[in-house]
Design a protein around this ligand. Structure first.
Ligand code: MIG
Length: 669
């Protein structure tokens, strides 16, 4: 059951697709204070709190304070309270069980036992919001209802489930050719190469540098002939430059965010002084979305939207102030005071939270100050693109994912998990974030495999890939200036070939599970406690995940570990994929086991009565045969079944009953 409680003047966020009427009376479970500003819940000692999508720390969110306040900060540290997204959905389980969604466009704080260990308090900066309370038979049931409320998750084309190679630093078509050549030479599978900001002409959105990428359309064709899709980045900010059509046209039509005096807000990002498309305005959004056509027309079929928190290195006005302050310091004698003044200058230059108060959106003719709707910006930038694709190519799927997001955006695109580091702790963070995001509707997601910042190591990349082969978005991406981390840079290409190749053997299962999760409101990744609610150990396990109906994964995330302890809530079949191509099956009893997992092997666990379909593999998605499957089974009472989904992976005929069939194995056959 879903009930909606409205407070204040609710601003439409677009998160919900079918809004129930307003419920009367007090919000169940929560104490409400100050008419919509604060909600609290007394947690029983064993209660668990799940949700919040993209954020730091564990699957159980108890014991910390989190916020919704999308920001570009490339240090995903445990001490942070908010990252790039705003995912205001919580699930409480224990003495009572309910889901709660706070539908609002502004800042929120979730104090989940931080100030007082037993108290959960949600505080809204603006008391204008809808609160949805969802009750149901199980956590999965509540999530399913929530997902009906917010609408079907984004579905990418099938090729986007292949492996993608990326790096901030590929500068030319020849750089890209080299990446493809090395993968093909070593038999490392590859379906896409990502273009970071350097493909553009001086960081201008929707342009291509004609010197480094001559004839971009021909280059796209050349790559597609080799089974490769190019996926360019699009930044939120538009360069201020006379004669640049996107700038000129947007300016003339008044489509950029404006300051109180009516002039466009100017901030510095990669292209230098830039303006910000008012994607919350319907006309501006349509116009911005239409710009993607410039690249679609040259054969592009996928995009990643970046810097859309929006990221502002400096507001032009603030920069001028700081310049003035520097001027004043010119003649000051050098001493400790001067040092501290100067050392604090970078922080003074960039204060996005203050700068967000200095510009406005035009929402249906009403000026709305940015900070009040801040968390919707990335969501609406991606929606602009998604809506444009529906207009321009209604029958085709286009790959689209974003850095910043809010619930609602899950209908238009996926997300990647931002600027992580090549740290073992961030591999674990990646594992924990997956189910939290899935609850909130974000299914097409993954982290930068190998780590974005800092230097990776061969073993970290191998272990990370051994988890990454299970995440819908599987992309190796890294930052300029860090150690080169394409699989072919390391000593042991066999290990990489085996692990990355396994993705293509598992693809029929992974795609089938993705589609069922999207179409039926399920979770692709689930914490153990969701499926084994009566198992007292299950809620303790945050480093193993159930994936779809058949399997459990238990990645290694510690350096120099030769395996790990795995908890089995029921007997399961351990399936070991060895580098020589052989598959070893062994039934393990319920309980704890130490499982040896050499650096170039992958182990997963098959549940009783279930099947795991496998394909022969391939070096890109086109080569995978989704019809001729072999099945690994763990029969219970002599039978194992699996509901298999497959479709053409290109069009949107999702509901066709021919897409689903039941695979069965019985022991007496
Ligand atoms: O200020 O485009 O998260 O993936 O490589 C950094 C360069 C801008 C941040 C993205 C990252 C990307 C990088 N971008």
């Amino acid at each position: 059951m879903i009930e909606r409680y409205a407070f204040g003047n609710v601003l439409e966020t677009g998160a919900v697709v079918c809004k129930p009427g307003c419920a009367e009376g007090a919000v169940p479970f929560l104490e409400t204070e100050e008419a919509g500003r604060r909600f609290s819940f007394h947690m029983g000692s064993g209660d668990r709190v799940y949700g919040l999508g993209e954020n730091v720390r564990g699957i159980n969110k108890r014991g910390w304070i989190y916020e919704s306040r999308c920001i570009d900060d490339p240090y995903l540290l445990e001490s942070r309270r908010y990252l790039y997204g705003a995912h205001n959905f919580l699930l409480v389980d224990g003495s009572v069980r309910f889901g709660v969604f706070f539908d609002c466009p502004g800042y929120l704080a979730f104090d989940i036992g931080y100030t007082r260990a037993s108290l959960l308090t949600v505080t809204a900066e603006e008391p204008d919001l809808d609160v949805y309370i969802i009750t149901g038979d199980s956590l999965t049931d509540i999530v399913r209802q929530f997902r009906t409320l917010v609408g079907r998750s984004y579905i990418p084309p099938l090729w986007a489930f292949g492996f993608g190679q990326s790096r901030w630093g590929y500068r030319s078509a020849d750089d890209i050719r080299e990446v493809v050549r090395r993968h093909r030479e070593l038999g490392l599978p590859l379906d896409s190469v990502y273009l970071d900001i350097d493909y553009m002409e001086r960081y201008k959105d929707f342009t291509v540098n004609a010197e480094t990428f001559p004839d971009f359309a021909a280059f796209n064709r050349e790559m597609k002939d080799q089974g490769i899709h190019l996926v360019p980045i699009i930044d939120a900010a538009v360069k201020v430059e006379k004669g640049y059509p996107v700038y000129e046209e947007g300016l003339e039509k008044g489509y950029f965010c404006k300051k109180a005096d009516g002039t466009p807000f100017v901030g510095g990002v990669w292209p230098g002084n830039s303006v910000f498309p008012d994607v919350l305005n319907a006309d501006a959004r349509r116009w911005f979305g239409q710009q993607y056509k410039r690249l679609l027309d040259q054969g592009v079929e996928g995009f990643w939207n970046d810097m859309n928190e929006p990221s502002v290195f400096y507001a032009a006005d603030r920069l001028e102030q700081v310049r003035g302050q520097l001027e004043e310091l010119k003649d000051r004698p050098a001493d400790g005071g001067l040092y501290h003044e100067l050392a604090s200058m970078p922080q003074k230059l960039s204060n996005p939270l203050e700068d967000y108060k200095t510009f406005y959106h035009n929402i249906d003719g009403v000026p709305v100050r940015h900070d009040r709707v801040h968390n919707l910006y990335g969501c609406y930038m991606t929606r602009a693109a998604g809506e444009a694709f529906e207009r321009l190519l209604p029958d085709r799927r286009i790959l689209l994912f974003s850095r910043s997001s809010a619930i609602g955006m899950h209908r238009w695109g996926g997300i990647w998990q931002g600027d992580n580091h090549a740290w073992w702790s961030h591999l674990l963070l990646n594992i924990k974030m997956m189910p939290s995001l899935n609850m909130c509707g974000f299914l097409y997601t993954g982290a930068d495999l190998g780590g974005f910042g800092a230097d990776t190591t061969e073993d970290l990349l191998l272990r990370w890939l051994a988890f990454g082969i299970f995440t819908p978005l599987m992309r190796n991406h890294s930052c300029e200036g860090t150690r080169l981390q394409e699989a072919y840079r390391f000593e042991n290409p066999n290990g990489f070939r085996h692990i990355m190749g396994l993705r293509y053997r598992l693809l029929p299962y992974l795609y089938s599970e993705y589609m069922k999760a999207a179409l039926d409101g399920g979770m692709y990744f689930r914490p153990l406690a969701f499926d084994y609610p009566d198992d007292p150990h299950a809620p303790q396990v945050e480093d193993q995940l159930l994936l779809g109906e058949s399997i459990m994964v238990a990645p290694v995330y510690r350096q120099n570990a030769d395996g790990r302890y795995v908890y089995l809530p029921e007997p399961m079949k351990q399936v070991r994929f060895r580098p020589d191509g052989s598959v070893e099956e062994q039934v393990l009893s319920q309980g704890h086991h130490y499982v040896a997992i050499p650096i170039d092997e992958v182990v997963l666990f098959l549940r009783p009565g279930r099947l795991l379909p496998l394909a022969a593999g391939g070096c890109n998605v086109d080569q995978v045969d989704f019809q001729n499957l072999t099945c690994i089974a763990f029969p219970a009472n002599g039978r194992a079944v699996y509901e298999y989904y497959h479709d053409d992976g290109i069009t949107k005929d999702y509901e066709n009953p021919a897409n689903r069939r039941t695979l069965r194995v019985s022991e007496d056959q």
